[in-house]
Write a protein that binds this ligand. Structure first.
Ligand code: GLN
Length: 425
């Protein structure tokens, strides 16, 4: 509001007499604005590039949930604080003056820490100089990989239910999204179906493990199948592994970096948001062989140039303590088990959850209400917000399943479960 005064005046950085309006005029200029902005109408005609795409379900349900003051088990965002030490590391970087652009591909110490972590956990060595890229969120990493590598007319195969950004981003490049359906209730990949779907135009296969929303994970046998099916082709695997540290019951994460042959054709996308409870900080990263990475970097440099500097420095320090991410499976397993127990007497049937911080609940045995109607009713009548699974399909397939997030504090889990238990089965 008072940009001619305050900070700059107090610090004598500018001559405030240079401002053409005095304080009184400035105030009346701002406060005279109408409270309700008048809607403006565009004077240009254009054809939408995504005519059938509306607002993402996570935003729609989040708003509806807030309007009804519902217990929010919808978006996969923790409602508990992150480690104060991480906040301190980032704040310290700001206080120390690291407030300008980072090197374009990322803060070197962070890229080195990531390369060391991946080598230690999964065995694959990535060159921090040429094979690691820090992005502004995993969503941006996914966008960059598709924008950089998919040409008009190319086909991109992924498995539905799928995260809602994949198909629109493929279409924005002129590519064709090919959704293969995982079958309710197991949601396992049918590799024969994938084999049958491959064509000479197949440019990319998008994998997501642990899988959002089905909470299933790939096994070493799955990776062997994927390697066999892509061997001798030029198909790129885009592997969305943002839940890499949230795998349960003693399982190991089977990402592309655990399979040297697949790593050579893969772009791995991951995120700090899910691992360190800071989804709002919007920092993620990509790993890929240098030749593929070079193409991603060409997009990244013009999309955002460089990710947030103080956060990268904070993460670089915080990653030095492996316990900060190795403790995640037991942390979330307790939450999963708590929610499952709390919902024991609800009319919903919970499906097995091997990873991620989501669990699916099916209700087809007591209602054939469309899942979007069920979700609305749960918010409005029962005060609990969830996500309808149909939002994860291009054709809106509805198996009467909803997704619950257990990335929530104990009180929220209890209150959310109470509300779900009040539903009449
Ligand atoms: N991954 C989150 C979820 O599935 C949402 C992320 C987003 O809204 N972009 O809930």
């Amino acid at each position: 509001m008072h940009f001619c005064h305050s900070y700059y005046d107090n610090n004598s950085l500018v001559d405030s007499s240079a401002c053409p309006l005095n304080r009184k005029q400035l105030n009346s200029h701002f406060y005279a604005r109408p409270q309700e902005p008048v809607a403006m109408k565009s004077s240009v005609e254009f054809t939408s590039k995504l005519p059938d795409v509306g607002t993402t379900i996570f935003s729609v349900i989040g708003q509806l949930s807030a309007r009804h003051n519902a217990i929010n088990l919808s978006q996969g965002a923790p409602n508990f604080p992150c480690d104060p030490l991480l906040v301190e590391e980032v704040s310290r970087a700001m206080r120390e003056g690291h407030n300008q652009y980072a090197p374009m591909t990322g803060w070197p110490a962070l890229k080195e820490a990531l390369a060391a972590k991946v080598a230690a956990l999964y065995g694959q060595h990535y060159d921090p100089g040429t094979e690691v890229l820090i992005s502004g969120s995993a969503s941006q990493g996914i966008y960059m990989a598709i924008a950089a590598l998919v040409n008009a007319g190319d086909e991109v195969i992924f498995f539905e239910p799928a995260f809602d950004s994949y198909a629109p981003v493929v279409r924005l490049q002129g590519g064709t999204p090919v959704g293969l359906k995982l079958q309710f209730p197991d949601y396992a990949i049918n590799w024969d179906e994938l084999r049958a779907a491959l064509t000479p135009r197949t440019r990319m296969i998008i994998i997501n493990t642990p899988h959002n929303p089905s909470a299933q994970v790939l096994t070493p046998e799955d990776l062997a199948q994927l390697a066999a099916l892509t061997r001798g082709t030029d198909i790129v695997v885009l592997s969305d592994e943002v839940y890499e540290h949230i795998v349960f019951d003693g399982r190991a994460h089977c990402g592309m970096a655990t399979h040297p042959e697949l790593a050579q054709r893969s772009v791995i996308v991951s995120s700090f948001g899910k691992t360190f409870h800071v989804t709002g900080w919007r920092v993620g990263y990509c790993l890929a062989p240098a030749e593929l990475m070079q193409e991603l970097i060409k997009v990244h440099q013009f999309m955002m140039y460089a990710a947030d500097t103080p956060m990268q420095i904070g993460f670089a320090h915080y990653l030095q303590h492996a316990q900060n991410y190795l403790s995640l499976p037991s942390f979330y397993q307790q939450k999963r088990d708590r929610l499952v127990k709390l919902l024991q007497d609800s009319p919903f049937k919970l499906l097995p959850c091997a990873g991620s911080f989501f669990v699916l609940a099916s209700y087809g045995h007591f209602s054939d209400e469309p899942d979007s109607e069920m979700v609305k009713r749960l918010i409005v009548e029962h005060g609990v917000a969830t996500i309808p699974l149909s939002a994860f399909y291009m054709d809106g397939t509805d198996n009467n399943v909803i997704r619950l997030s257990f990335a929530k504090d104990d009180v929220t889990l209890e209150r959310g479960a109470e509300a779900l238990c009040r539903v009449k089965g």
